[in-house]
Design a protein around this ligand. Structure first.
Ligand code: SF4
Length: 329
């Protein structure tokens, strides 16, 4: 008897170019647009109608006229798009694409901590990085991205303390640049946390004249060696402004090199390697495993099937006030 081994459909290899053609046709048929974050694979940025960081994509989502948005990113980004554009259908290629940073600040723990601080007499406003769940956003006064953080923090009344969640590294950096004292939630991103300072310094030594670009989610040990600290949009503006061919060492999710290369191809970009906490070995963990859940095949499937979809939740209404006040005004 011959045994036939069946391969699950999601593991069958499909030609990327055929998939891209199919996606293009489905977009027209289903009246859909694709928004892709800079941290997803280059092919997914190529098929997108809009690419960008969290701030730009949240704003782009409010301008689209199509009835359906497919969001290639992680769950909190799809939620933000739905909250800011409640009339649109927001689909995600993979609803399991989460975020370690968002997970580090559960809503029930934040609510309990806010209560504890109030009981101790703290008079504060809560500022959340956009990498939080909608349930957390609904408990906050302001939402920031790495692109608008300084401007929003200036809007917090000077007589109020600031509770900053969830990223301790971004919070520490913002506290330094704005001079505002902050109570920091102890969260961090699994990708930015792993950059190896030894490898960064070795890369700098081996590439004399290179410029280090670092995302403010990186730990202080990395930021203190950076020549430019900024979110992904600021990185793009910076490399485009340098006309002389230059080597850049890039300390953020490695897919960010794709839009940098596309925008300013006269430079060379080298990803800063990460280091595995368990073994201490250099690894490729500067790739976000959540962003990597987005694939061409899943984009095609979600367009074809009209799911999975971000459904409106009751607490989205409160989060909507905070997001609109913070990102659209
Ligand atoms: S790179 Fe970090 S912050 Fe961004 S989605 Fe991945 S885990 Fe979250």
């Amino acid at each position: 008897m011959t045994l036939t081994v069946l391969t699950p459909p999601e593991l069958v290899e499909e030609d990327p170019l055929d998939l891209m053609d199919e996606i293009d046709a489905l977009k027209k048929e289903k009246d859909a647009v694709i928004l892709s974050h800079f941290y997803v694979d280059g092919d997914l940025q190529e098929i997108a109608d809009f690419t960008g960081d969290s701030l730009k994509l949240a704003r782009d989502a409010t301008t689209v006229t199509a009835g359906t948005i497919v969001f290639c990113g992680v769950h909190f980004m799809g939620e933000s798009a739905k909250i800011l554009s409640p009339d649109k259908r927001v689909l995600m290629p993979d609803l399991q694409a989460g975020c370690s940073l968002a997970d580090s600040c559960p809503a029930d723990k934040l609510a309990a901590y806010q209560q504890e601080l109030r009981a101790k007499g703290h008079d504060f406003q809560t500022v959340a990085y956009i990498n939080t769940t909608a349930a957390v956003k609904s408990l906050c006064d302001w939402i920031v991205t790495s692109g608008n953080a300084r401007e929003i923090i200036d809007r917090v009344p000077a007589d109020k303390e600031i509770l900053f969640v969830p990223d301790q590294h971004l919070g520490r950096y913002l506290s330094e640049v704005t001079g505002r004292k902050m109570i920091l939630w102890p969260g961090s991103c699994m990708v930015h946390e792993v950059f190896s300072i030894q490898d960064l310094l070795r890369a700098k030594r081996n590439n004399p004249g290179s410029i280090i670009l670092a995302h403010p989610e990186c730990p202080h040990s990395i930021l203190e060696h950076a020549d430019m600290i900024g979110g992904t949009e600021k990185m793009r503006q910076y490399v485009a402004s340098v006309k002389e061919p230059t080597k850049f060492l890039v300390a953020t999710e490695a897919n960010m090199i794709y839009p940098l290369q596309k925008l300013a191809p006269w430079h060379e970009y080298l990803p800063v390697p990460g280091i595995m906490a368990s073994t201490g070995e250099t690894c490729a963990c500067n790739r976000c495993p959540h962003m990597a859940r987005n694939t061409l095949q899943k984009v095609r499937n979600c367009l074809r099937d009209g799911k999975p979809e971000i459904e409106w939740q009751p607490y989205f209404a409160k989060a909507q006030d905070v997001l609109r006040r913070s990102l659209l005004k």
